[in-house]
Design a protein around this ligand. Structure first.
Ligand code: TYD
Ligand code: MG
Length: 459
């Protein structure tokens, strides 16, 4: 391996300094100098770019006309979990790097051990553990019922040693658990520091591209989400998946934030059981709360998570404010959106919550970022304010505009079909989303104004 030396680069202005200093000599910012390896060999990664021809530095290269290039889809291989494959865009790809982030304890190691054990049946696979001992992983494997899998295990944290092992063993798939525990001898910074995490990830990425290995790196995110780790790696890797969900509930969601090989915002849904993570192939039923009769303040909606419609329940609680400023609080939805909806409600439907606290919650720890949740949120708020449950098996979706209009959302018909499948008998939807043909088992009410929607929700 080429000899390398390190320098310190300011992350604010890019100034370089040979030794670490608290204050940048260039821009006088504090704590911005980050240790970085200066490679002695030419531009890092250039060897990995397929088709990069030889040539002296600075000499002209051959340009290829786009039309002459034959694209070839990288073959994919399944991970043994349909939900994980869905988020990855159909499985793992050769010569690719996937980063899986999430809070400690959410199930990253569990999922990857399960997946790797399944993959190992067909391909050579290696699990590198830097956090747990081999015995601990073996114990987990037994709990998951995969202890017999022909899976290679390595407990090692020094990146050079891990890379040498990868080069010698040549696994087709490898997991590094976690990127925060590996360290390079080329750097003086502590394992887990930005400099170490970045350098080690860069070395792994180079290996994956050159050796054609599918590499999965685990990264912990703290509650603040800014820890030295996943965030600084997002641009280096091909795909970034994040685990979501509450550790106290059994649901686990995996979302793709970046995917060079497939769609983003696909959602994988899992349930944590005593024998590991299980796919939840029909997640809609899971996010509806289990209360028996209809209760005031609850409205079901259908959101789109990637390609898949998902029914979720919104709950509102509107209660007399106890002095001072009334509170507006959301869980799983944007807080600003709530203020906006309350303003529209007041201005266009004459319903005031000025002296009321308003809380809004999405059941099951899901996050809904879509504007289609506006209308159901509004209906839930009015239902709670009036202490009157919405009638029957009702769903609603639609974006609410500032003029009080209800705007259409994408793939309305798919959403209504999903609702009908789950046994809902009535849907309040934007007029433009009304399907041309009736859908069996569900009555569809098209609305174009907030006032109309409130009227329709009275039953
Ligand atoms: P883990 O995979 O260790 O999390 P991470 O690698 O993201 O830090 O997840 C561990 C949690 O999952 C832990 O709290 C125990 C629980 N668990 C189960 O409920 N069932 C199981 O079969 C396993 C292996 C773990
Ligand atoms: Mg772990």
């Amino acid at each position: 391996m080429a000899k390398s030396r390190t320098t310190h680069v300011c992350s604010a202005c890019g100034a370089q300094s040979t030794k670490w200093q608290g204050q940048c000599p260039g821009c006088a910012e504090w704590n911005t100098l980050v240790e970085t390896v200066v490679a002695a060999h030419p531009s890092p990664g250039s060897a990995a770019l397929a088709g990069a021809g030889p040539g002296a530095p600075g000499s002209a290269r051959t340009v290829s006309p786009l039309a002459t290039l034959a694209p070839h889809a990288e073959p994919r291989f399944p991970t043994g979990s349909g939900e994980l494959d869905r988020v990855l865009g159909g499985g793992l790809t050769r010569a690719s790097v996937v980063l899986i982030g999430g809070d400690p304890g959410i199930g990253k190691s569990t999922l990857l051990l399960q997946a790797l054990a399944a993959i190992a049946a067909d391909r050579k696979a290696l699990y590198v553990t830097g956090e747990e001992s081999l015995q601990q992983v073996a114990l987990r494997a037994r709990r998951l019922g995969v202890e017999g899998a022909p899976l290679g295990m390595l407990a090692e944290t020094q990146v050079e040693a891990v890379l040498a092992t990868l080069a010698a063993e040549r696994p087709e798939v490898a997991v590094i658990d976690s990127i925060q525990t590996v360290w390079s001898e080329a750097l003086a910074s502590a394992p887990g520091s930005v400099a170490q995490v970045r350098e080690c990830a860069a070395q792994f990425t180079r290996h994956a591209k050159a050796a054609g290995c599918a590499l999965v790196m685990v990264g912990h995110v703290t509650k603040e989400g800014a820890l030295a780790g996943p965030r600084v790696l997002e641009h280096m890797v091909d795909s970034v998946l994040y685990f979501e969900g509450e550790t106290h509930s059994s649901y686990r969601l995996i979302r793709a934030f970046k995917n060079r090989f497939g769609a983003v915002n696909e959602l994988g849904v899992f349930a944590m059981t005593e024998r590991g993570l299980r796919d939840v192939a029909n997640p809609s039923a899971m996010f509806l709360s289990q209360h028996g009769g209809d209760v005031p303040g609850s409205c079901v909606t259908v959101t789109l998570e990637g390609s898949r419609p998902l029914a979720v329940e919104l709950q509102a609680l509107v209660d007399e404010a106890q002095g001072g400023h009334p509170r507006r609080l959301t869980v799983g939805m944007d807080n600003q959106r709530l203020s906006l909806l309350l303003a529209v409600l007041h201005r266009h439907a004459g319903v005031s919550c000025a002296d009321q606290d308003v809380f809004l919650n999405v059941v099951g720890g899901v996050r809904v970022a879509e504007p289609s949740a506006d209308l159901p949120a509004l209906l839930a708020i009015v239902s709670s304010l009036r202490a009157r449950a919405l009638p029957g098996r009702l769903v609603a979706f639609g974006e609410v505009g500032l003029a009080g209009e209800i705007r259409p959302v994408v793939r309305g018909v798919d959403r209504i079909r999903e609702a009908a499948k789950l046994g809902f008998t009535r849907a309040i939807v934007p007029v433009a989303n009304r399907p041309r043909q009736p859908i069996e088992g569900i009555e569809i009410v098209g609305v174009s104004r907030v006032e109309e929607a409130l009227e329709a929700a009275r039953g």
